[in-house]
Design a binder for this molecule. Structure first.
Ligand code: ZN
Length: 177
């Protein structure tokens, strides 16, 4: 952080505020403490008649690889709204959110993923501006080796493994290889 977004001062220190227990960016001009916290990424595992909607990315990172529709939660938005919005933006798909499917922690990059199980209202899908291709995959056709992110892999694996037997939320954390 080079300057204070509150007052514009460049007198920023990275120090532990009084009564706190970890370092924050503190402005010495206006005393603002600039807290930084993880970002929430919301998405869907959209299902239509035993097929799963997956999108091929038209953006970096991981251009050309496949991913469940997901993106950053926006201000003034619920997590369900964000997940449905991302699915519309990436695949022009209308979904009904069924339940929270999994929570996936990425503490090394300060992100938390929420994937919701969702039902497609119909099979009309089309590429949004962030997708090269969108497709309904049979479970045995999922492009495991071309998945963009471990969060999607986790969501898909848990869906397939526990489809009939467990209705709770799956929790996972990124493990470096
Ligand atoms: Zn300031």
């Amino acid at each position: 952080m080079n300057y204070c977004s509150n007052c514009g001062s460049e007198q920023i220190n990275f120090d532990i505020p009084h009564g706190d227990n970890r370092a924050r960016y503190i402005c010495h001009q206006c005393n603002a403490i600039h807290y930084q916290n993880p970002k929430m990424v919301v998405g869907c595992l959209p299902v239509f008649e035993d097929k799963i909607l997956i999108c091929r990315r038209a953006i970096e990172p991981c251009y050309g690889l496949w991913n469940l529709p997901a993106g950053y939660l926006e201000n003034n938005e619920t997590v369900e709204e964000g997940a449905a919005r991302e699915t519309w933006e990436e695949a022009r798909a209308n979904v009904k959110i069924i339940k929270l499917h999994c929570i996936y922690n990425l503490p090394h990059i300060n992100q938390v993923y929420l994937h919701f199980l969702a039902h497609l209202k119909n099979d009309r899908i089309a590429c949004g501006s962030e997708s090269l291709e969108v497709k309904l995959f049979d479970v045995y056709d999922i492009p495991w080796k071309q998945l963009a992110f471990s969060s999607s892999k986790f969501a898909l694996e848990k869906y397939i493994e526990f489809k009939e037997s467990y209705q709770g939320v799956h929790m996972g954390t990124y493990q470096a290889d």
